[in-house]
Design a protein around this ligand. Structure first.
Ligand code: WQD
Length: 339
């Protein structure tokens, strides 16, 4: 049995997973990637080795496959698990709910079963602020009610949080941390890894970078009649590298709580037009955009109260919105060249 600070990272070749692998390596851990590459590309593995100068163990299979999981857990003494693997497109989940319920729930159940079988103590689950639905007040703290969320994707996150909690309370060793991400954006400063949206991006920042580089004709701003400073929605945009670091902090927590829940956001809200204007200013490039109708299901304002993670895990966002938009643009330009 190979011993070392092995951390299983499911979905480790994905957007947040790959950046977390870098943070893990920089913190002395040995990440083991399990990814079936349905929503990521193999070249990211080479990029990770280029960034870190280290070779990384990776396996190409669906983490719902318990037989294959058993082989990995029998070979490596696993110190902890970070479970990212899931489908995450809000719009697609409305069109294909069973794909989301099957994959997102089944992969989590498999990972929890294997962690019980091999007595793994530390388990970090990738959750989302979407569990709050449209919050009653902002900033949102962890005591905010879990409300009805229109998307099956968002509902899988609520159900998965409950599966994690029930499993942890029934276990005599499992300690689970639920990280509720706000809006992850940006890319590694090297420009070697970043967001790889498949098809037309649903999220704002990749649509902005693809419009700026000419892949998309024009950005539509979904509504400017919200009760905010400029009428466009407010979100908490967090640099993906800061989000990655929060996972390492969660692994290092010695909390005795069966379940710990943390919002992972900057605590700062930015409107859509502030994002567009900041992107144009910091990168010296125009983003053609127009105001269109509201998008169904959008909340007017969602941004984090992040006091809990700051105090308990001594985590703080290092990067600003400007940094994230600079790094996102750098990544888009590199991507275009390597197409
Ligand atoms: C942000 C703002 C849009 C695109 C979702 C999921 C959340 C997480 C992050 C997975 C909104 C506006 C967007 C565009 C626009 N995903 N917008 N034009 O909806 O806050 O969160 O992604 O973990 O779980 O819910 O992010 O980037 O889609 O939208 O005006 O072309 O940008 O209306 O106000 P969202 P987003």
């Amino acid at each position: 049995m190979e011993s070392g600070k092995y951390i299983i990272v499911t979905g480790g070749a994905g957007f947040i997973g790959s950046h977390t692998v870098v943070s893990l390596l920089e913190s002395g851990y040995s990440p083991i990637i399990i990814d079936d590459f349905r929503n990521s590309k193999k070249f990211i593995l080479d990029r990770l080795e280029e960034i870190t100068g280290k070779s990384i163990v990776s396996f190409d299979f669906d983490c719902s496959n318990q037989e294959k999981l058993r082989e990995v857990f029998s070979t490596y003494e696993v110190h902890g698990i970070i479970h990212f693997a899931a489908d995450k497109a809000v719009g697609e989940s409305v069109l294909k709910p069973l794909k989301y319920y099957e994959n997102n729930l089944q992969s989590l159940v498999s990972m929890l079963k294997i962690s019980e079988e091999f007595s793994v103590t530390k388990f970090v689950f990738s959750s989302s602020c979407t569990v709050y639905g449209e919050p009653d007040q902002v900033p949102v703290d962890e005591n905010a009610p879990i409300k009805y969320t229109a998307s099956p994707y968002g509902y899988t996150k609520q159900v998965c949080e409950r599966i994690c909690a029930d499993t942890a309370y029934a276990s005599d060793h499992l300690r689970i941390t639920l990280l509720r991400y706000f809006n992850p954006i940006g890319a590694h400063p090297s420009g070697l890894i970043g967001e790889l949206p498949l098809g037309v991006p649903n999220n704002l920042v990749p649509f902005v970078t693809q419009t700026a580089i000419g892949i998309r004709q024009e950005l539509t701003v979904f509504g400017d009649d919200y009760p905010t400073t400029d009428g466009t929605c407010i979100r908490d945009y967090i640099h993906v590298c800061d989000l990655a670091d929060a996972h390492v902090r969660a692994l290092e927590s010695n909390s005795d709580e069966e379940v710990s829940i943390y919002n992972v956001g900057t605590g700062v809200g930015s409107t859509v037009l502030e994002v567009v204007n900041t992107f144009e200013e910091v990168n010296g490039v125009k983003v053609k955009h127009k105001i269109g109708p509201r998008r169904e299901g959008d909340a007017a304002q969602v941004y984090a109260d992040n006091k809990k993670i700051t105090e308990a895990l001594h985590w703080k966002a290092k990067y600003t919105l400007s940094d994230a938009l600079k790094h996102a643009w750098n990544w888009q330009k590199n991507l275009d060249e390597s197409r």
